[in-house]
Design a protein around this ligand. Sequence first.
Ligand code: 13P
Length: 253
Amino acid sequence: MRKKIVAGNWKMNLTLAQGEQLINDILQAGLTLKEGQEVVVATPFPYLLKAKALLKNYPGFYVAAQNCHSEKSGAYTGEVSAEMLQSIGVDYVILGHSERREYFQESNAMLAKKIDQALANGLKPIFCCGEPLEVRQAETQNAYVAKQLEESLYHLTAEQLKQVVIAYEPIWAIGTGLTASAAQAQDMHAFIRSQIANKFGREAGLHISVLYGGSAKPGNAAELFSCPDVDGGLIGGASLVAADFVSIIEKLS
Ligand code: 13P
């Protein structure tokens, strides 16, 4: 009943020609997506239009931006609004990635505003949450993630929340080669779902897709995706290699 999604987050990588090649190579694999399965490519801003055009005739394939601004429009040199993204046909927007929280000081409160901008402009947010290593070591990750959810999502209505996808990305697993074990991922995903159900109702908890991110690769995707509360993945490094990304998509069940 809920969508299964593999999303590739290219971060600040690839030229336009390389990105085009990557998308073409993914499409050439001839994947057949089952009902309710989606593939998302989150490219850098300058490539979104091109990515959208390349994926036009491929049902189930969508594009995502990696960020948008928290205000509607105005004197914010160098920034990109949700309305601009909507105007070029972007489907999803990643919000709250830990790299943006760390390097661009994105707070939970600012992310609540970004979520509002995205939803007001018909973009589906992929909201990232996840704890740093010291929090995991102190075994306080549930409280940490609960606060992220509460401060950025709990002002929404249950109807608005239907547009939101959550990505759990433990910071200690991002780009490190250290993956959360399937048991760790399942525990946190079940916790996130229970939090959403408590706040927005049982249906909302059952409906929301929760993706795992952090060193997901062909070798561990099947085990992660087999967890009952893991609805796919947000993939960094492995999404830059067509064969790896395709192999991960094939692990969706
Ligand atoms: P890696 O898959 O490279 O660990 O990155 C995960 C990530 O940050 C996706 O958003």
